[in-house]
Design a protein around this ligand. Structure first.
Ligand code: GDP
Ligand code: MG
Length: 424
């Protein structure tokens, strides 16, 4: 599934202590592959990868926050790919549903009735399938289950009568489907539309259709002005993301998504929530905001010492449990023990730094080859000497990476200056 692939790709980046241009490029290639494998239109994928590359590498790179920065960009671009959100019409109105057989139209009619009822409006379901008694019966049963009004009609004229008679707030018409978008279906839609004058026309498509959902939205909208698309079977289709992106590329809005067979399995469409779930982090926005609030970014700008590391740890703690931070960084499918271990490790590092003198915090190398200092810190922090030595080794690794990164940045700046001089 697309979500799993994306989570793995971002997880890979997260595991690295430090990422560079090459890592970003590899990540983009992998995102491309994942989206194309999920049937997203190649042109959309190429546009998206160009934008991610331009933003991730164009905006200034910072060692400690680059991962978060790249993550935020990937998230934002995926959200853009998946279209806009939708506000439901919570007032008296008529809804016409159209779509092919098996797209989930009748089920969705029931789900919508349930949705409006929950929102304090009285719904009515109207069966406008004149050929298939079974389809009428299916809608009648849904109406009984939801406990809402139900009308069936044997002809278009009768549908009109029923719709006029109906005293309910939201009248939902389940039009007849077809196996294909043939002339007869389009003609029928055209005449229902012009006679009933519904305020909302929803096209129902199945997520299984993948990118061809976009073509269908375009074709139908030439016959009747659709107000939005409802994409069903998002719970079970591997091509759901492709359907959503294609529909929004066809300039159609997505109103709801179907997430199962039951009447309550309908969700108002929110691309941010959709991408959040795809990446395994329901509240990405909240977490990114928290990171800013906690001052993680500013701290990360300072030079790396044990002192600034301590500040970072404290800032990170403000963001909530480690599990959230790790999942924000994309490391989602982590086993619980690892998270608990990680939490314990961070506490250890904090205790160790707190037992260091000011001098040592500024210059961790003072601890090397000084067993007496290590012993003192171990005692003070209640950690073993081995742990203190591990901390020193880890810290040195981080320092090296930071230095390498700074050098790269210095090189980049020098090159840029050279270019400018040549051009000037
Ligand atoms: P219609 O021919 O367009 O009216 O389609 P139906 O409403 O009869 O649905 C066709 C099949 O798709 C039925 O078996 C439904 O239970 C199933 N279905 C509809 N919506 C969803 C959904 O969101 N998720 C899943 N998993 N199945 C759905
Ligand atoms: Mg039906």
């Amino acid at each position: 599934m697309l979500g799993k692939r994306l989570r793995e790709i971002i997880g890979k980046i997260t595991k690295k202590p430090y990422i560079d241009e090459g890592d970003v490029k590899v990540m983009i290639k992998e995102i491309q592959k994942a989206l194309i494998a999920a049937d997203v239109d190649v042109r959309l994928v190429l546009d998206l990868s160009k934008r991610i590359e331009k933003r991730a590498l164009g905006e200034q790179m910072r060692a400690l926050t680059l991962k978060q920065h790249v993550f935020q960009i990937v998230y934002e671009e995926l959200v853009k790919l998946m279209g806009e959100g939708y506000s439901p019409r919570l007032e008296r109105h008529k809804v016409l549903l159209c779509g092919l057989y098996g797209s989930g139209k009748t089920t969705t009619a029931g789900k919508l009735a349930h949705f409006f009822k929950k929102n304090g409006l009285k719904p009515a379901l109207v069966a406008a399938d004149f050929d298939r008694p079974a389809a009428i019966e299916q809608l009648r049963q849904l109406a009984t289950q939801i406990n809402c009004a139900f009308y069936s009609a044997a002809s278009l004229e009768e549908v009109l009568e029923k719709v006029k008679e109906a005293r309910e707030d939201v009248v939902i018409i389940d039009s007849a489907g077809r196996n294909a978008l043939d002339e007869r279906l389009l003609e029928e839609l055209r005449s229902i539309y012009s006679k009933v004058a519904p305020e909302e026309v929803f096209l129902v498509v199945s997520g299984d259709m993948g990118q061809s959902a976009g073509k269908q939205a375009r074709a139908i909208s030439e016959v009747v002005p659709i107000s939005a698309v409802i994409v069903t079977k998002m719970d079970s289709s591997a091509k759901g993301g492709a359907a959503l992106s294609a529909v929004s590329a066809a300039n159609a809005k997505i109103a709801f998504i179907g997430m199962g067979e039951k009447i309550e399995d309908l969700r108002l469409y929110d691309p941010k929530k959709f991408v959040g779930r795809l990446l395994g982090i329901p509240d990405i926005e909240g977490l990114l905001a928290k990171a800013k609030e906690a001052g993680l970014e500013e701290v990360a700008e300072e030079e790396l010492t044990a002192e600034t590391l301590l500040k970072q740890l404290k800032a990170a703690k403000k963001m909530g449990p480690l599990k959230n931070i790790l999942s924000m960084m994309g490391a989602v499918d982590l086993p619980k023990e690892l998270v608990v271990q990680g939490e314990e490790k961070l506490k250890g590092i904090e205790a160790i730094i707190q037992s260091m003198t000011k001098e040592e915090r500024r210059d961790v190398s003072l601890l090397k080859r000084q067993p007496s200092r290590i012993r003192r810190i171990a005692k003070g922090s209640g950690r073993s000497e081995k742990e203190v030595r591990e901390f020193i080794a880890q810290f040195e690794k981080m320092e090296k990476l930071m230095k390498r990164f700074k050098k790269d940045r210095g090189m980049k700046r020098k090159l840029e200056e050279m270019f400018k001089r040549w051009q000037g």
